[in-house]
Design a protein around this ligand. Structure first.
Ligand SMILES: [Zn+2]
Length: 562
């Protein structure tokens, strides 16, 4: 609450407390106001690594000579930057940029080196108070066309040709990474980090990469942990990078993929409570007026947050990792970081206005109109301020729970809530309600329309039932989604359980282990707020999901293969 009292004017603090808007990560507002970051590993391949940003207080590493050293540096970069930020750390094009280090190395050596990185990322337990850092890794199946002629840097930071020369190594690293995730930890539990994201390009789907694709779908079938980025829709340029939490950057800001997608990220977002707009509006014009008001609050908040970010970087000098200079330029490109409008409960707003939700074509049309309106505001703000305003599907089930709880108090029976008494929530962003009985194809069609309208981040959750454990069936779905829809980012999620007593992995949410009969220490896993997590069911679990999140899990309808 420190930020609310000291940094925000009363009307913004009130808007947050009452639930018109939600200001995220308030506890970090003062000291770590910047949310998430997409790294460029090449900066450290060329110049070595100073984890404190200056090299004055820690050992300084020269540009790495070996794959193993580079794996260590990859982990250290994520950990070091995490200390400067409130949100996640990600790397994209990583396996392409690392590929020169795999030259002349055997597959087993490469796999061993990557395994060390994966364990390091999952065992840095002290970094965020008994939470490992939130890390994401986006992998390519081959060297993308736009990187073919780009200068490649290898051991000791030396130029070693262009990335086109490293297609085989790029593939080898991707395969080894996926195999390690597929094996799980030594007990057979999934590695929860990094969130691993696979880029699907036109050329990926032509047959040459089918074996690699199949392995990734084995991972989907087993742990549901892989994500897919679709580069085929018309709204794409050459590059789009995501994090497991769904925030996204695309090369459509300046048009330069390095400037737009690397060494920058989502600066911050504020979420608009859409259902509340529905309860208060008499007609459609009212809706747009309320949207204007809520967006004004968001703009004011985000500008304060950005200024705090600039102060922390330039005046207080408390973000030294981000502030370090690379080739004369500050590592973190704050000028390209996104300021985003998030939103929650479009479905319930439509229900309040029309008595029909997002599944109804007419109601859905108005939903799209609202999103176009928010995008138009982002665009005019870009022109006014020169800053990168964006729109995203808020990644926060806890916001959905908080808004629903506050609206129930304020609007009573008028409030349209999901879940049952005591555990109410709103439908995430522009998603179809989790318990909807529409077909998979219709869900793709409805939600796909919103991905081009949420350039700052989005996700399509394909919640699969227990029958969907066949990698080939998932792979054929992937082909359809990539070729025939505008879905930009998605994951197949199937709930599973793990017996902490005898280490048995089970499909679905089980209350009892079939091998040893254990009931108390059976942990559940599923994807929520975008990424696969432990639910906290087991007796020995330290934290649990809030009641709203748990209710979503129970209400969730899963698609079966029939
Ligand atoms: Zn057991």
């Amino acid at each position: 609450q420190y930020a609310l009292l000291h940094m925000l004017p009363a009307h913004l603090a009130d808007a947050h407390m009452s639930g018109d808007i939600h200001i995220h990560d308030l506890e970090f507002f003062a000291g770590r106001p910047l949310n998430c970051l997409q790294h460029d590993i090449r900066a450290f391949i060329k110049h070595g690594l100073k984890v404190d940003g200056t090299g004055d207080h820690t050992s300084v590493a020269a540009p790495p000579s070996h794959m193993e050293t580079l794996m260590n540096h990859t982990g250290e970069i994520m950990l070091a930057a995490q200390q400067n930020m409130s949100g996640g750390q990600a790397m994209s094009l990583w396996n392409v940029f690392v590929a020169p280090f795999a030259t002349g190395r055997s597959y087993d050596e490469v796999k061993q080196a990557i395994q060390m990185l994966v364990y390091n990322l999952n065992m840095a337990y002290a970094a965020r108070g008994s939470q490992v850092p939130f890390t994401s890794m986006q992998l390519e199946f081959g060297v993308p066309k736009f990187l073919q002629d780009v200068t490649a840097y290898g051991p000791k930071g030396q130029v070693v040709g262009t990335y086109a020369d490293f297609e085989d190594e790029t593939r080898m690293i991707q395969k080894a990474f996926t195999e390690i995730l597929l094996e799980g930890d030594s007990e057979g539990k999934p590695h929860l980090f990094p969130n691993t994201i696979y880029t699907l390009r036109e050329e990926t789907l032509k047959g040459d990469y089918d074996d690699d694709l199949r392995l990734v779908h084995e991972l989907s079938a087993k742990y549901g942990s892989s994500y897919f980025v679709n580069m085929l829709p018309k709204y794409r340029g050459q590059m789009a990078n995501y994090m497991g939490c769904r925030t996204c950057l695309q090369d459509t800001w300046t048009g330069d993929w390095e400037q737009d997608c690397l060494r920058t990220g989502n600066l911050a977002y504020v979420t608009l409570n859409l259902p509340r707009i529905g309860y208060q509006s008499r007609d459609e014009n009212d809706v747009f007026e309320y949207l204007d008001n809520y967006m004004d609050l968001a703009v004011e908040t985000l500008m304060i947050r950005r200024n705090q970010g600039l102060n922390c970087l330039n005046n207080f000098d408390i973000l030294p990792f981000l502030d370090q200079k690379v080739d004369g330029e500050t590592y973190y490109r704050i000028q390209n970081a996104t300021l985003s409008f998030g939103f929650c409960g479009l479905n319930e707003m439509l229900l309040a206005l029309f008595g029909e939700g997002i599944e109804n074509p007419d109601a859905n049309k108005f939903g799209i109109k609202c999103l176009e309106y928010i995008n138009a505001r982002a665009k005019s703000l870009q022109e006014e301020t020169g800053l990168r305003w964006s729109v995203l599907q808020t990644p926060a089930e806890s916001t959905a729970y908080r808004f629903a709880t506050l609206d129930k108090e304020q609007f009573g029976d008028k409030a349209i809530l999901q879940g049952d008494n005591g555990a109410n929530y709103y439908t995430n962003s522009s998603h179809v309600p989790v318990n909807s009985d529409i077909s998979f194809a219709d869900k793709v069609k409805i939600e796909g329309k919103y991905h081009s309208l949420t350039p700052g981040g989005h996700i399509f959750h394909a919640f699969m039932g227990e029958s969907y454990s066949d990698p080939d069936a998932l792979m054929s779905l992937t082909n359809k989604i990539a070729r025939k829809s505008d879905i930009g980012f998605w994951a197949y999620s199937s709930a599973f359980s793990f017996c902490l007593h005898c280490k048995t992995l089970m499909k679905g949410l089980s209350n009892k282990c079939p091998s040893c009969g254990e009931t108390a220490d059976v942990e559940w896993y599923d994807r929520i707020t975008g990424y696969v997590q432990q639910v906290g069911r087991a007796k020995s679990a330290s934290g649990g999901w809030n009641p709203g999140k748990r209710q979503v899990l129970i209400d969730r309808r899963r698609f079966e293969d029939n």
